[in-house]
Design a protein around this ligand. Structure first.
Ligand code: BEZ
Length: 197
């Protein structure tokens, strides 16, 4: 299977961590969707990641790819709890983590525009969304248990903040989340997929 990705993308990182934890080998294709119009033939949304299956079917976006990989007959542990409260807790954590990124990524793009064109109001909204969700994660840090789609997604999200927003100092005032990440980030799958520019 071929994964179109970027080494900086936290969404693609989540998929790569899932693949490593499951023991699934992926053929990685580095892609800059903004500079590659032909990529639209693979993913019409012009976003990464996209996974091309052996029969040519293309899957996107990251929650769909993650669930597909986990549903295959792989040698690792299952990362999507099958049912009940554990499943919805994990899916909620993934939604919170991806939501942080859905604010962080456009915030970074906005901050790279010429200062005169930047919207302070929009930047403030992105920041508030990120900060409130990090606070909510701190308040439910006891739910960050085990290795599953939720905890992996949260680790990739806060890892992206270390990469692109070090000045945010997200650990400040969030000691439980910080302590959890300190340990979780040592997993080989996380260490092997640390973001690079
Ligand atoms: C980044 O460079 O920060 C980035 C790249 C791809 C997807 C998301 C973020």
């Amino acid at each position: 299977m071929k994964l179109y990705h970027s080494p900086a993308s936290p969404y693609a990182r989540k998929v790569r961590v899932i693949a490593q934890e499951c023991g699934i080998a992926l053929d990685l294709v580095p892609t800059d969707p903004r500079g590659d119009a032909a990529y639209g033939k693979i993913n019409p949304l012009q976003r990464i990641p996209a996974l091309v299956l052996d029969d040519g079917e293309v899957l996107f976006d990251s929650p769909v790819i993650a669930e597909y990989l986990d549903a295959t007959d792989h040698p690792g542990p299952k990362l999507f709890p099958a049912s009940g409260p554990a499943r919805f807790r994990a899916l909620k954590l993934q939604a919170m983590a991806d939501g942080i990124l859905d604010a962080a990524v456009p915030r970074r793009q906005e901050s790279l525009r010429p200062a005169a064109l930047q919207s302070e109001a929009q930047l403030g909204l992105y920041k508030r969304s990120m900060s409130q969700t990090l606070d909510a994660l701190e308040a439910m840090a006891d739910k960050l248990e085990g290795v599953n789609i939720g905890t992996i997604a949260v680790a990739c999200a806060v890892g992206y903040l270390d990469f692109r927003f070090p000045d945010d100092a997200w650990r400040h005032g969030r000691p439980k989340l910080a302590a959890w990440f300190e340990t979780f980030a040592k997993r080989p799958s996380l260490a092997a997929t640390a973001p690079t520019a």
